[in-house]
Design a protein around this ligand. Structure first.
Ligand code: ATP
Ligand code: MG
Length: 448
């Protein structure tokens, strides 16, 4: 089998080999190459010790900060290439990092420390592919399998549990049964992993093409870092609009919606408050009044705990809060657009569509028609260049100050009231009109 490797990688391998060492491109880049996908990065492993690697390479463009783990990083044409000495890992005591590493001269030992068979492949243009654990067979069959005993491998480094779920979601592979069993058994070890690493893998799980299957099969694993979902799993809705329990519905919304980080997170959280809001009426029908607000608060708390950036939190929370608002009049639709934000409203429509598709299909046609109607109304506002933000209001705080309103809070109140009147179509966004209206308000403020 021939694998196309970049010139820079070939150059590094040649230099090391010409100096009498072995060198291979290794890991994810070979996995992606044999699957005819573009690798995100290229790693190299070699029999040379770090100082020998340094000696072979040009002293320029070298980053040395991984040396004690055996890694020399070379920068070529703006890209970093990690060259790591064949190594075995010492004991793991924190379920994440080995206490020590030992350099070895045998490639097989290095491949044996890698997580999954598909990631334990190495390639050298002269010597071809090295595959000691049948990674190729597993790739062909679309299987994720630990190298060696799954219990031992997940016990060493619990992050591998989420890497398995991530690869399953992104590549559409299934997880081999012993490996899968061990994931369920060892999921509690995730408490040893930093939330940053967890969140980074979780987003990849959510945005993968196979997210639906992974989330349904491994809810217990996700619950290790978002325990809020435990109440959703199996929670029946007793409502004619719904055919799934809250968790299954949620997962279906996730798989229906575009795979962007914000949308998939919004789908993940949108109904989280349902178990808390649940009530049954005298006919036994389930209702969830106020669940979007509860979901929003839960989303905010969970995302903060997972150290998500503030912008993502704000965007996700806004979508969650508004996902179930169903306005009909032009005025209330404009208010919803203003709340969602002109630019972000299409995302709300996306969430609404995905939400509808994951409910009882008897109502789907009508609901989609209604969402199309919302979209038409939105497009009409867009074509009028309406923005619905204070920024585009044709009057500002300075103008109001000149009119004699000095209190900052009163200025803020006036501007917001003016904006609402514009949104509601009561007045035009025109300087003169706004001045007139502001004067009226000012008189009222003075009177009261
Ligand atoms: P991608 O780069 O597409 O996210 P990858 O498999 O290349 O996936 P990297 O983090 O780049 O992931 O790691 C490169 C290789 O190092 C892996 O393919 C695997 O062989 C090994 N590896 C990475 N993380 C671990 C781990 N936690 N345990 C064991 N081996 C690992
Ligand atoms: Mg990689």
């Amino acid at each position: 089998m021939e694998i196309k490797i970049p010139e820079a990688v070939k150059g590094i391998i040649d230099i090391l080999e010409n100096n009498g060492y072995e060198a291979y491109a290794v890991g994810g880049c070979i996995r992606d190459s044999v699957m005819e996908q573009e690798p995100s990065d290229w790693d190299i492993c070699t029999s040379s010790l770090p100082e020998e690697t340094l000696h072979c390479l040009n002293a320029e463009n070298i980053i040395k900060n991984g040396l004690k783990h055996g890694t020399v990083t070379v920068r070529i044409d703006g890209k970093n290439y990690e060259i790591t000495t064949f190594r075995t890992d010492g004991e793991y005591t924190d379920h994440r990092h080995p206490e020590s590493v030992s350099f070895v001269r045998d490639l097989r030992e290095d491949l044996a420390r890698r997580d999954f068979t598909m990631n334990a492949l190495a390639y050298n243009p002269q010597r071809g592919l090295r595959d000691y654990f049948d990674g190729m067979g597993d790739i062909e069959q679309g299987i994720i399998r630990c190298v060696g005993s799954p219990d031992r491998r997940f016990g060493e480094d619990a992050l591998r549990i989420l890497r398995a779920l991530r690869f399953s979601s992104v590549l559409g592979f299934s997880i081999e049964s012993r490996t899968a069993k061990s994931i369920h058994k060892n999921a509690y070890l995730l408490k040893n992993i930093s939330v940053e690493r967890i969140m980074s893998e979780f987003v990849k799980i959510l945005t993968g093409k196979n997210a639906e299957k992974v989330l349904l099969e491994y809810a217990d694993v996700i619950a290790e870092f978002v325990p809020e979902i435990k109440a959703m799993v199996g929670f029946q809705q007793y409502n004619p609009h719904h055919v799934y329990d809250v968790w299954t519905h949620t997962v279906k919304v996730i798989s229906e919606i575009e795979p962007t980080r914000t949308l998939r997170l919004a789908a993940f959280f949108h109904d989280m408050g349902k178990p808390k809001a649940f009530q049954r009426d005298e006919k036994g029908i389930g209702h969830f009044h106020g669940h979007p607000d509860i979901s929003e608060k839960m989303a905010e708390k969970a995302l903060k705990r997972l150290k998500t950036d503030n912008r993502t939190i704000a965007e996700v929370c806004r979508l969650v809060k508004l996902h179930d608002v169903r306005p009909f009049t032009a005025k209330s639709i404009r208010r919803l657009i203003a709340k969602a934000g002109m630019e972000r409203f299409p995302e709300l429509l996306e969430l609404k569509r995905a939400d509808a598709k994951a409910q009882n299909s008897d109502y789907l046609k009508d609901t989609l028609q209604y969402i199309d109607f919302l979209e038409e109304m939105y497009k009409a506002e867009l074509s009028k260049n309406n923005d619905f933000t204070l920024k585009t209001l044709k009057i500002n705080g300075g103008d109001l100050k000149n009119m004699g309103i000095v209190d900052g809070r009163e200025i803020g109140y006036c501007l917001n009231q003016l904006l609402l009147k514009v949104i509601d179509g009561e007045i035009e966004n025109d300087r003169e009109v706004l001045f007139r209206e502001a004067k009226k308000m000012n008189q009222n403020i003075c009177k009261s």
